[in-house]
Design a protein around this ligand. Structure first.
Ligand SMILES: [Zn+2]
Length: 88
């Protein structure tokens, strides 16, 4: 019986074949949920997903879109924000 913390589905279960030939269960952390828009809560595309240590390993330009509000607002909300900023 695994430890109490591993009995819930908080951790995902991965079957791994050991060098001795037996299959054992490894408990791994689940992937982080995708980033959401700060205004309409829509899912943001082209924004890296994962733990902070995994995200730190990839290039900054591939973490989020390189435009104002990139990785914060979705593109329709960002477009509306630019227009309202220009008009005020
Ligand atoms: Zn939005």
């Amino acid at each position: 019986m695994p430890r109490g913390m591993y009995r819930s589905r908080t951790f995902r279960r991965v079957k791994v074949r050991t060098p001795g030939g037996s299959v054992v269960t490894h408990y791994k952390k689940r992937k982080a949920s995708p980033a959401h828009c700060g205004k309409c809560a829509a899912k943001l595309y082209a924004v890296a997903r994962g733990s902070p240590s995994q995200i730190r390993k990839i290039a900054k330009s591939s973490r989020r879109p390189e435009r104002p509000y990139g990785g914060v607002l979705c593109s329709p909300c960002a477009r509306r924000e630019h227009i309202s900023k220009a008009r005020s």
